[in-house]
Design a protein around this ligand. Structure first.
Ligand code: CP
Ligand code: NVA
Length: 305
């Protein structure tokens, strides 16, 4: 089987996403009913973290163990990566010893270089540009709660960051719309988002207007990992881009609220929203486990049913 990587959302086709979402449902159901499912019993996942993580680490590690495999966790500080070993060399070595690699790093080019030199599938666990595993979980969560996402409208409020870029790629591929509202100076860069065309998103200067009639309102931190030096400047620029009750009331009556977490109540979202009736953030976080189990199974074993 040819190696498949998951480096950005568009690395899978629409048909493969249909398969993955259905497969996630099956795998989640087994988990909820305590039915052991260990198709990866002789496989090893290496995880490389150059940035902090709670959800990504726990969901990949727990998921691999639940599927019968084992996990090796590497950080910049405790591997030779922190001592400037070339990423190409690390990829050549690690991929001779394990079956699958997940990487959280800074530039997407670094992940791409690792993948080019890897003998095994590589998964993007977040880069400055993209966070495809999170959007996989978010869309699965939407489908679970509200049915197909095709034709629906997602309102993205805040920074045009890795999450926003990935939503835009997903909209192109799965045919839904994104209303983006960012502060001036933080607009979407279509090339960085890796967009094929500009048909599925619209920019709004007013975040309230972006939320009007949306099926899903979502946001993320004002300052992503790696951009900490811009924190104070961003706090000033993003002050009006806080998802509040007024915005949720302008969205559809059954609109959902999502946030990839970690969240800062009182900054990008009001507590009344993230802890309120619209919010599905805990299901969204849990679903990282289930979608990634389906993804790891797909990358290692192909379509099994
Ligand atoms: N949402 C997400 O990726 O969380 P972590 O940074 O905790 O992994
Ligand atoms: N945009 C955030 C997501 C964290 C999960 C970051 O990159 O820090």
């Amino acid at each position: 089987m040819a190696i498949r990587h998951y480096l950005q959302f568009r690395d899978l086709s629409r048909e493969e996403y249909d398969y993955l979402f259905e497969r996630t449902r099956v795998i989640k159901d087994k988990f909820k009913r305590y039915i052991p499912y260990q198709p990866l019993h002789d496989r090893t996942l290496a995880m490389v973290f150059e940035k902090a993580s709670t959800r990504t680490r726990v969901s990949f590690e727990a998921g691999m163990y639940q599927m019968g495999g084992s996990v090796i966790n590497l950080n910049t500080g405790d591997s030779q990566l922190g001592r400037a070993e070339p990423i190409e060399d690390m990829a050549r070595v690690v991929s001779r010893m394990v079956d699958l690699v997940m990487i959280r790093t800074y530039e997407q080019t670094k992940l791409d270089t690792f993948a080019e030199n890897s003998r095994v599938p590589v998964i993007n666990g977040l880069t400055n540009e993209y966070h495809p595993c999170q959007i996989l979980a978010d869309i699965f969560t939407f489908i679970e709660q509200r049915g197909p996402i095709q034709g629906k409208t997602v309102a993205w409020i805040g920074d045009s960051n890795n999450m926003c870029n990935t939503w835009l790629q997903a909209a192109e591929l799965l045919d839904f719309n994104v209303h983006v509202s960012t502060p001036p100076g933080y607009e979407v860069e279509p090339e960085r988002a890796g967009l094929f065309g500009l048909t599925n998103y619209e920019e709004f200067t007013d975040p309230l207007e972006a939320c009007r009639n949306a099926d899903l309102v979502t946001t993320d931190v004002w300052t992503s990992m790696g951009f900490e030096s811009e924190n104070e400047e961003r706090k000033r620029a993003f002050a009006d881009w806080c998802v509040d009750v007024e915005m949720m009331r302008l969205a559809k009556p059954d609109a959902l609220f999502m946030h990839c977490l970690p969240a800062h109540r009182g900054e990008e979202v009001e507590a009344e929203v993230i802890d309120g009736p619209w919010s599905v953030v805990w299901d969204e976080a849990e679903n990282r486990l289930h979608v990634q189990k389906a993804l790891m199974e797909f990358l290692l074993l192909g379509m099994v049913e």
